[in-house]
Ligand binder design. Structure first.
Ligand code: IMP
Length: 434
């Protein structure tokens, strides 16, 4: 029963969608297990660009079960738009399944997300303002609306009323907002329910059946380890757990149903939104990486902050995920830099040097990267397809990272296209289903 979990090993936007897309060819089911439409995956297939926020990346393969698991929060407006866009491009979406237990992002969640950020002023998190945090908050408060509730008018109305009641004060500035009208909100969400009904299912059972039949299941994470609400740079994090352990909760499987955990990391680091970033480059090198890497958010269009690769942070991500493999994306973006810096330790304001990712917020906010310099390469590597095509310095860079993490690099990305990858070694689980 092979299961491979794909997770972001940095602050999101590592290129997970492309890796999932590659592996999905051999999988039976692809399950998203957390997050919502705060995520954004770009997949380039035969020169065509596809951008997804909610639908699992495997949807481009007809006949696969593409599952939005119970751990995801679903904005049905966004989901139906994504379905329409795919249908317009003649993509078969009949394989999409949405957990009946997945929670729904409601109009008041969107308003509360923006209101919360505005209230925080200078201290704001820089959320995607998609209502993700407020939806997860309602889930924890047992005031959430679930996909199954969209199929029953009486229940839906009752639950919306109960959810709105404790929010009256915070929603007072929006009291005239038409999206908050109980009757029209209920009607609109029943309509979504009606439209999505054929996709709503007991998705955990679908995953178990695939595992029992010895078919490959991919667990697709969103965001990245350092945005994890428990283990990330709290409070500058998302409201779910993007780490591999959460795949069990968000898909409905046990730990033994995950055989490999692939961490996806860029050859450098990016972050969107506020929060500490010890290797951030505020100079022309950072600007150059942003330009070459096209580092602008898929979801919000915001310019991403950029920095050198951070080994202590990556080691930390490896540990909390239990990484068995690393896929390094966007190696081509580093071509042309004479020297490439890699952060090996941090220094604090008092001159202390430390090599573990700091657990204390104040320490982390003041930590600055301490670097070693590796040789860069000048060759264009976008046409390389095997390790032997790569310049020596690029091979050395990869070997150095693998050695530091004690995690083998299985795959390297050298461009945005689907074929622009180098397989460094075969995965046992993939070999088993080949
Ligand atoms: P939220 O998930 O919209 O609540 O935003 C919380 C933090 O997570 C903000 O810093 C966002 O920029 C960040 N974030 C959320 N989703 C993603 C993503 O898919 N990639 C990168 N950052 C993200």
């Amino acid at each position: 029963m092979p299961g491979i979990c794909i997770v972001g090993a940095q602050w999101g936007d590592e290129g997970k969608g492309k890796v999932v897309d590659l592996l999905a060819e051999r999988a039976d089911a692809i399950v998203r297990f957390q997050g919502g439409n705060n995520a954004g995956h770009t997949i380039i297939r035969d020169g065509e660009v596809f951008k997804f926020h909610l639908i699992p990346s495997g949807i481009l393969y007809p006949g696969k079960r593409c599952i939005i698991g119970n751990g995801v929060v679903v904005d049905p407006h966004v989901l139906t738009d994504e379905l329409d866009a795919l249908k317009a491009r003649k993509i078969d979406t009949s394989g999409l399944r949405i957990s009946a237990n997945a929670h729904v992002i409601m109009p008041y969640h969107l308003l509360l997300d923006t209101a919360g950020e505005t209230k925080l002023g200078k201290l704001q998190i820089g959320t995607t303002r998609r209502g993700i945090g407020p939806a997860y908050a309602d889930k924890a408060a047992r005031l959430g609306i679930r996909m199954q509730d969209l199929l029953d008018e009486k229940i839906l109305k009752k639950k919306i009323t109960a959810a709105l009641d404790p929010k009256r004060l915070s929603l007072r500035p929006y009291v005239k907002d038409p999206s908050l009208d109980l009757q029209s909100m209920t009607e609109a969400y029943l309509t979504y329910g009606h439209r999505l009904e054929r996709h709503i299912a007991d998705t955990a059972r679908i995953v178990w059946d695939a595992l029992d039949a010895d078919r490959l299941v991919l667990y697709e994470g969103a965001q990245g380890a350092l945005l994890d609400i428990d283990h990330g740079t709290y409070p500058f994090v998302t409201s779910s757990n993007p780490i591999a352990g959460a795949a069990c909760v968000g898909a409905g499987v046990g730990p033994k149903d995950i055989n490999e955990v692939w961490g996806i990391a860029k050859a450098y680091v990016t972050r969107v939104g506020a929060g500490p970033f010890p290797t951030e480059l505020d100079d022309e090198i950072g600007e150059e990486i942003r330009r070459r890497g096209g580092e602008f958010g898929t979801t919000t269009g915001r310019a991403r902050r950029t920095g050198w690769l951070d080994i202590p942070a990556l080691r930390y991500a490896s540990r909390i995920n239990g990484l068995t493999s690393l896929a390094m994306t966007k190696l081509d973006v580093l071509s042309g830099f004479e020297k490439i810096k890699v952060c090996m330790t941090y220094s604090g304001p008092d001159g202390a040097e430390f090599s573990d990712f700091p657990y204390h917020q104040s320490v982390l906010h003041h930590a600055r990267g301490e670097y070693i310099e590796l040789d860069g390469w000048t060759e264009d590597i976008t046409e390389c397809r095997s390790p032997s095509d790569l310049p020596r310095a690029a091979v050395d860079y990869l070997a150095f990272v693998a050695e530091q993490l004690q995690v083998p690099i299985v795959l390297v990305g050298v461009g945005p296209g689907r074929d622009q990858v180098i397989w460094m070694q075969e995965s046992a689980q993939l070999a088993a289903v080949a």
